[in-house]
Write a protein that binds this ligand. Structure first.
Ligand code: UT7
Length: 333
């Protein structure tokens, strides 16, 4: 699906949250057969955040959403929609979105969860765009929140070194004209479903232990390097822009080698590429909004900048979005 956005829907606020606990590569190397050198050289990851036993995806998502709402200057009761992208929800139901809404003071606002693994945030952004652009609602909250640490087999070195916990959120509102979100390119292909998955607990496909994340790393790597370049090129083409128009590139933070490969193939110079995978690992649906928030708050993104986001992951799934940054500098704090 490729769409050039025809209605103006812009970002009013953004926020993120990561648990306090930092887990370094050396800490992992003390427990399993791995090393800081292997993890850092193959992935760029040096540390990740891990939720405490008391913290859930809804807790992380609420903290990020509260920051986004505060920056947006809206009251939670003004929200007309809450979409939460997560592959590690608190429950199958109630939706994490309902729990987050209640805690924000937005009880009564419709909220639901969306499952598209690491592409979830871009899919959720497209969902919210559609509802705002069509007039179903004026103001929407989009959250990506994950507690992937609960889905990991901590004895499986091929997966447990890769992921981390965190959350990011944005508030969107229709502006009555144009601008803000400019275009999307989204896709899924269940043929590659077995390459990266977590079985549903208690269901017929659940294994005796876990369920945990399993991944064919090299196959997913091949997919990621190809699809991130192709999807980004397709969305830019659909909206009549070129890579030269891109001011900031915010790819899903799975692996620094994938990020650098995509930027090189697209022809985006290193100074336009945002990466924080070294400090957070792969936070799945939370990775793009965490990265966006950090880039904005540290001055890497300015109002008017054209921002290209690219997500990819389980499904297999992928999604790109181009937006014009609309949050004014004074909100940076
Ligand atoms: O966000 C969702 C999308 N996910 C991704 O995009 C991840 C895509 N995949 C990747 O990023 C990479 O495939 C990995 C980082 C997961 C793995 O890197 P790789 O270069 O593809 O390594 P590999 O799986 O081919 O394994 C190479 C070797 C193997 O040993 P042998 O068979 O060559 O002796 C593994 O057993 O590295 C070994 N290995 C490790 N060694 C030390 C695998 N994990 C580890 C580890 N520490 N943690």
């Amino acid at each position: 699906m490729i769409t050039a956005c025809r209605r103006g829907v812009e970002m009013l606020g953004i926020g993120s949250y990561a648990p306090e606990r930092v887990m370094t590569n050396d800490e992992l190397a003390a427990r399993i057969d791995t090393s800081d050198e292997w993890i850092a050289s193959r992935t760029g990851i040096r540390e990740r955040r891990i939720a405490s036993d008391a913290e859930s995806a809804a807790d992380l998502g609420t903290a990020a959403a509260a920051r986004a709402i505060e920056m947006a200057g809206v009251d939670a009761s003004e929200l007309g929609l809450i979409v939460v992208a997560t592959a590690s929800p608190d429950y199958y139901f109630p939706a994490t979105a309902a729990l987050i809404g209640e805690r924000l003071g937005a009880a009564g606002v419709p909220g639901y969860d969306l499952s598209a693994a690491c592409t979830g945030f871009v899919f959720a952004l497209a969902q919210a765009y559609g509802q705002v652009a069509s007039g179903l609602t004026d103001t929407a909250l989009v959250v990506g929140c994950e507690v992937f640490s609960r889905l990991l087999d901590w004895d499986d070195r091929s997966t447990c070194v890769l992921f981390g916990d965190g959350a990011g959120a944005v508030v969107l509102r229709g502006n009555g004209s144009k601008g803000g979100l400019l275009g999307f390119e989204l896709g899924s292909n269940g043929q590659g479903g077995d390459l990266l998955k977590v079985a549903a607990a208690g269901h017929s496909r659940a294994p005796a232990v876990g369920p945990y994340v399993t991944m064919d790393g090299p196959q997913v790597y091949k997919f990621a390097t190809t699809v991130s370049v192709e999807s980004a090129a397709r969305v830019l083409d659909a909206i009549g822009l070129t890579v030269d128009d891109v001011d900031v590139f915010v790819p899903h933070q799975a692996n620094l080698r994938i990020i650098e490969h995509a930027a090189r193939r697209l022809g985006i110079p290193a100074e336009k590429v945002v990466a924080n995978v070294d400090r957070y690992g792969n936070t799945s649906a939370a990775s793009i909004p965490i990265c966006l928030d950090e880039a904005y708050r540290t001055g890497r993104i300015e109002p008017g900048d054209v921002v290209l986001m690219v997500g990819f992951g389980g499904g297999l799934s992928w999604g790109s979005c181009v937006m014009e940054w609309t949050i004014p500098l004074k909100e940076r704090g």
